[in-house]
Design a protein around this ligand. Structure first.
Ligand code: PRP
Ligand code: MN
Ligand code: MG
Length: 175
């Protein structure tokens, strides 16, 4: 589709500030106990890297990779595991880190999958939440920003695998 990248929706500074606040909230909630972050590839790797560096308590990171079938911008609801964890999360304090929750189907699948390993706690942290698009109920523990139903890119989020490198978040407009 022909498109253009609009003006910034969330600046680098606003993101940075909010990520720091989330990290502080997490430290407090977990009383400085060790935490395992699980970043959902690929979109969340930028957020997870920044969040991790703002958490001062003991923190590990692992990655999990899933894919949803269907067209490039819409999920069909079928989620497939592409790469599993290699950390044992049994009895660990686990936080799944996402860049964005849209339909919620990716996380719905992942939560079921991760629960099987019996973590001590399983929390969800997302930088962005688009509640208008939700198709399943999800308990989200940490939300950076609630955003309107607009197509966005940057800070890890792609359009056809491009623009993940933008240090800010911008909306994309069809032209
Ligand atoms: C995006 C985003 C979330 C998921 C959210 O990932 O990073 O993981 O979709 O959508 P949902 O709530 O409707 O499931 P995507 O599948 O585009 O893969 P990517 O992270 O590799 O870009
Ligand atoms: Mn993703
Ligand atoms: Mg994507």
């Amino acid at each position: 589709m022909p498109y253009e990248i609009n003006e910034t929706m969330l600046s680098e500074e606003r993101i940075k500030e909010r990520v720091k606040e989330l990290a502080e909230e997490i430290e407090k909630d977990f009383h400085d106990e060790p935490i395992v972050l699980i970043a959902v590839l690929k979109g969340s790797f930028v957020f997870a890297a920044d969040l991790m560096r703002d958490i001062k308590s003991s923190v590990q990171i692992d990655f999990i990779s899933v894919s949803s079938y269907g067209s490039q911008t819409e999920t069909t609801g079928k989620v497939r595991l592409l790469q599993d964890l290699d950390t044992n999360i049994t009895n660990e304090n686990v936080i799944v880190v996402e860049d964005i929750v849209d339909s919620g189907l990716t996380l719905d699948f992942l939560i079921d999958h991760l629960r099987m390993h019996k973590p001590k706690q399983l929390k969800i942290c997302t930088l962005l939440d688009k509640p208008e698009r939700r198709r399943v109920d999800l308990p989200i523990d940490y939300v950076g920003f609630v955003i309107p139903d607009e197509f966005i890119v940057g800070y890890g989020i792609d359009y056809a695998q491009q623009y993940r490198n933008l240090p800010y978040i911008a909306s994309v407009k069809k032209i």
